[in-house]
Design a protein around this ligand. Structure first.
Ligand SMILES: [Mn+2]
Length: 327
């Protein structure tokens, strides 16, 4: 039997030296031969990609480049097409690996659970000291934060308008478990399932909502999101939250778009009510304009025809705290 093929996709928007550090870590910790790395550069005006032309990178790494910033979801989407590989790994271009079986473990989990929308490893966060100079970062200088991320769930922004999702603390650490969604930093997926679910939403900007949206769609279509807590990936937390769009209008649009596509009218209205409550009238107006322009109804119809559960089931399954609110 042939060994399954794997495509590792690294979206890159001005990651600088970190993209090479991440690739070095992948090459160091991946003993298998049947994998390729695609760097999906988008709107990147700073990173020097010339190393890719040289050994040992040029046989394994391919650069895909677009001038315009695509956002994480689209940057991942454009790097894959049906039939190009058996498995995908979507990894932020500021990650480090520690064990040589990281890829095999991820694949094994997907082979055991072929219906899964995705598998998220345990993501251990670190920071890198500022002012460490240009060029390639030195992995020995990372500062581990001691925080581990497993999965996220939808969160209603009752108190803080920026909290539209929250990390979930696991109940078990020694076996695979279900989560509502991945947080977008490291994703393992079967290629066939990924395409069947419909890839990441091309309209959702921001920096994790595309993964939340993908996983919610997956659940409704019968594809569980899974966490493999025994598999670790290290992920850099950037000062200031990174360079992808991260303004209130983006969070609101992400929440509205998912709500318009997949949730009940009651939840759709709750999104608007809560952001209005926080005084974000203008941001809400703009986000709504983007949403209504964005062809949500066709997707809603498509999903409703095929879905095996509804959002009431999903939100209660993952204990999303929720209460109605008066406008
Ligand atoms: Mn990241």
């Amino acid at each position: 039997m042939r060994s399954p093929t794997v495509k590792v996709v690294l979206p890159c928007a001005n990651e600088g030296g970190w993209v090479r550090t991440t690739i070095d870590s992948i090459l160091e910790h991946t003993p298998r031969s049947s994998f390729e790395i695609v760097v999906s550069a988008n709107g990147d005006t700073e990173t020097d990609f010339s190393f890719i032309e040289r050994r040992p990178y040029r046989r394994v790494v391919r650069l895909l480049s677009t001038k315009e910033p695509l956002g994480v979801g689209r940057a991942r989407n454009v790097a894959v097409r049906r039939g190009d590989a058996d498995f995908y790994v979507f990894l932020d271009a500021h990650c480090l690996l520690e064990s040589d079986d990281w890829l095999e473990r991820g694949i094994a989990c997907l082979e055991e659970h072929p219906g899964a929308s995705m598998v998220q490893p345990r993501v251990e966060e670190f920071t890198y000291p500022e002012g460490s100079g240009e060029g390639e970062p030195d992995p020995s200088r990372i500062e581990r934060l001691g925080t581990e991320r497993y999965s996220i769930r939808w969160s209603w922004p009752y108190d803080d308008p920026s909290v539209v999702a929250e990390f979930v603390t696991p109940r078990v650490y020694d076996r695979v478990f279900e989560g509502m969604a991945g947080a977008g930093m490291a994703i393992f997926a079967r290629a066939e399932t990924f395409h069947r679910i419909g890839k990441f939403d091309a309209e959702v900007r921001g920096w994790f909502q595309e993964t939340l949206d993908y996983c919610i769609r997956g659940w409704l279509l019968g594809h569980p999101m899974l966490v493999e807590p025994r598999l670790a990936v290290l992920h850099r937390v950037k000062p200031g939250g990174g360079r992808y769009p991260n303004r209130p209008v983006h969070w609101i649009h992400g929440a509205l778009r998912t709500a318009y596509k997949y949730l009940s009218p009651r939840r759709r209205d709750l999104v608007s009510t809560l952001f209005l409550h926080h005084g974000l009238r203008e941001e809400l107006r703009l986000a709504l304009e983007w949403t209504l322009r964005g062809g949500w109804l066709e997707e809603r119809v498509r999903c409703f025809k095929a879905r095996v559960c509804d959002d009431d089931w999903l939100f209660s399954r993952f204990e999303v705290y929720e209460e109605p609110m008066d406008g």
